[in-house]
Design a protein around this ligand. Structure first.
Ligand code: AMP
Length: 282
């Protein structure tokens, strides 16, 4: 697909017409939901989408309902023109950039809540966050009707929550994860990294380093509590304010005391005002 045929939609009827024409031609459609401020992590999702399907739609929507009252909704980075240029260059076919009014017209009253998977990790620290994500992504899936939707493993709890939503609600879509893209020093790419001061940016890769250490030390059968305590202490000594650091069952996200199956070491920590999350397979 050449850059010149890239299309950007702000009107749902027009978007649906475009996708319907692709479907009528038998083309597989892949959706990549984003909040914009795109970086190479997002573009890795576009590359994966192009590998698995014929048509790629990226949505850009800073979803107000997934931000808490004291979170960064107002200052979240927004640069639509730059994002559209990046998507076109990366070979996406279309961008879907709905307004808040399109997504949440007056009288909007539905919320999708996922029990269990949202009880731990980010759940208690971000009340309402996953309901906001589950609801908006369900809407995006119904608007675009993709065959596959791609999400980064960087937001591992989000990925698992959305897989649960799709299974529970019989959504006719496959929810797939894509490995985390990192800076050369290990820091996971994130739109929020631009909030970091130079000093904070220098310290930030420590989060990944601690996760990698715990992941490689958490051999099957050995208790993980000591490693976690040491990792938390190392992060706090480096200036992080740790919200959680845990080794979890990769499917249920319930913390485990010893590893005996697929597991993930997952953390959230503040550096100054910036909240970073990251995870690694054990
Ligand atoms: P966001 O715009 O932050 O909501 O992210 C949109 C999608 O990109 C989500 O599925 C994220 O998990 C994914 N994503 C964000 N950062 C990365 C990264 N560093 N590597 C891979 N995927 C990412």
């Amino acid at each position: 697909m050449s850059e010149s045929t890239f299309q950007s939609f702000r009107d749902l009827t027009a978007l649906r017409g475009c996708v319907a024409a692709w479907r009528a031609a038998g083309e597989r459609v892949v959706l990549i939901p984003t909040m914009g401020a795109l970086h190479d992590g997002h573009l890795a999702l576009v590359a994966e989408a192009r590998r698995i399907g014929r048509r790629t739609v990226a949505s850009i929507f800073v979803n107000p309902t997934q931000f808490g009252p004291n979170e960064d909704f107002a200052r979240y980075p927004r640069d639509l023109d730059a994002d559209l240029a990046l998507l076109a260059r990366a070979g996406a076919d279309a961008a879907w950039t709905p307004s808040v009014e399109t997504m949440y017209p007056p009288g909007f009253a539905t919320r999708i809540e996922v029990a269990g998977l949202t009880d731990g990790l980010c759940g208690p620290f971000r009340p309402g966050h996953f309901a906001g994500v589950a609801t908006v992504v369900t809407k995006l899936l119904n608007q675009v009707r993709p065959d596959v939707a791609l999400f980064g493993e960087k937001d591992f709890q989000q990925l698992r929550v959305l897989q649960q939503v799709a299974a529970d609600l019989d959504l006719p879509v496959e929810i797939r994860g894509v490995p985390t893209v990192r800076e050369p020093d290990g820091l996971a790419l994130s739109s929020r990294n631009r909030y970091l001061s130079a000093e904070e940016r220098a310290v930030a890769p420590k989060l990944h380093a601690v996760l990698a250490e715990i992941a490689s030390a958490s051999r099957s059968g050995t208790p993980v509590a000591g490693r976690i305590a040491a990792g938390r202490a190392a992060l706090e000594a480096a200036g992080f304010r740790v919200q959680y650091l845990a080794v979890c069952d990769a499917r249920t996200l319930v913390p485990v005391e010893r590893v005996d199956g697929p597991a993930r070491v997952i953390a959230a920590a503040f550096l100054g005002r910036t909240r970073l999350i990251d995870n690694r397979a054990v």
